[in-house]
Design a protein around this ligand. Structure first.
Ligand SMILES: [Zn+2]
Length: 355
């Protein structure tokens, strides 16, 4: 199974709206597991992660449907719940959540600290209380499986693999990865964007937007700082960096050679059958262009436009990109008038979408 990709069969349910709320696209795992320049152990890790990723995505649609209309289940009038953060150790097994870590140190401490910062970013920048806006407690499990090359939100909690150390390091090392995955929870409780086609690409893109702006806010970077637009820069292992890969994705330059998972940049380049992590390059670039047209820091205004669109309930769960773009222009008009709306429309025009 290590020497070829003949063992990979497209799952029969691959076209159904399962959710893979992961950071690493399945096709990257599959492609590199067949890369003869990598050692067998690394390729086995990639293959095993791919198989597990495909298994888990089938479980997600049930969570997505269950969460819609269930937002108020824990709400008590007048009582604001502060989200509790807990970490668990999977001890390289796949049973979740694993063993409770009473006193987080090392990687567990990093996850707790960064997750706390995401909660702070949500509150201060977005005016939101955790993923459900009701103070949902956030559970994180580390050391999932062995050499697991992914991180994911499973509908209830965060899960982080350790990576294989050839392509990827521990998944929690990039703050944007943590912000990305937690924001899949936000989408689950708001628009419920379906994980297929253009709505799936929009779901992925929204997580990249929040993850990247969270990372910029954490580092006090302006929109002109190129590092602020990289996704997964902190999880690239030394051998992958030696091959020239500095990130998983680059929102400013989605098709650039330094991206391990390059993406299209314009709407006419979209492949309707491509993975949601591929087509998300188009709305990713639109947001980066918008934020740079606005200037300053993306957390000040630009991200609030995208957040308004993602949460004001006008967005349909099967929205296409043109519809999403028009809604961002409406949000921009609401928050910043004709001038901000013009910058938003201009950014979408750069990726060939008329808003
Ligand atoms: Zn994702």
């Amino acid at each position: 199974m290590n020497s070829s990709n003949a063992g990979f069969r497209r799952p029969a349910d691959a076209a159904t709206p399962g959710c893979h709320c992961f950071i690493i696209p399945p096709h990257v795992l599959r492609q590199y597991s067949a890369d003869a320049s990598l050692d067998d152990a690394t390729r086995k890790s990639l293959r095993d992660t791919y198989v597990e990723t495909e298994r888990l995505r089938g479980l997600r649609e049930a969570h997505r449907v269950a969460a819609i209309g269930d937002v108020n289940r824990f709400a008590i009038d007048g009582l604001v719940h502060t989200p509790a953060l807990t970490e668990y150790d999977c001890q390289h097994r796949q049973a979740l959540p694993g063993k409770l870590v009473a006193r987080p140190t090392a990687g567990f401490k990093t996850v707790q600290d960064t997750t706390a910062k995401v909660v702070e970013f949500y509150a201060k920048v977005l005016g939101r209380n955790s993923v459900d806006n009701k103070g949902l407690d956030l559970v994180s499990s580390l050391h999932y499986s062995r050499n697991y090359d992914n991180a994911f939100w499973n509908g209830h909690q965060m899960v982080y693999g350790d990576g294989d150390n050839r392509l990827f390091l521990e998944m929690y090392l990039s703050p944007d990865v943590i912000g990305h995955e937690i924001s899949h929870g936000l989408t689950q409780y708001e628009s419920g964007l379906r994980y297929q086609g253009e709505s799936g690409a929009l779901n992925e893109s929204f997580s990249d937007v929040i993850g990247a702006v969270f990372n910029q806010w954490l580092n006090n970077w302006a929109v002109t700082e190129p590092r602020g637009w990289l996704v997964g820069a902190g999880i690239m292992a030394a051998p992958a960096q030696a091959k020239g890969f500095t990130c998983l994705r680059d929102m400013l330059a989605p098709s650039a050679k330094h991206c391990l998972s390059p993406q299209p940049e314009r709407y006419s380049q979209l492949d309707p059958s491509a993975d949601v992590h591929v087509n998300s390059g188009v709305p990713n670039k639109a947001f980066a262009m918008f934020a740079r047209a606005v200037g300053g820091q993306a957390a000040t205004q630009a991200v609030k436009v995208w957040y308004d669109t993602a949460t004001n309930r006008a967005l349909r769960s099967d929205a296409r990109m043109q519809e999403f773009a028009a809604l961002t222009v409406a949000s921009a008009t609401k928050l910043g008038g004709a001038s901000l709306a013009g910058k938003c429309r201009g950014a979408w025009a750069e990726v060939e979408i008329s808003a």
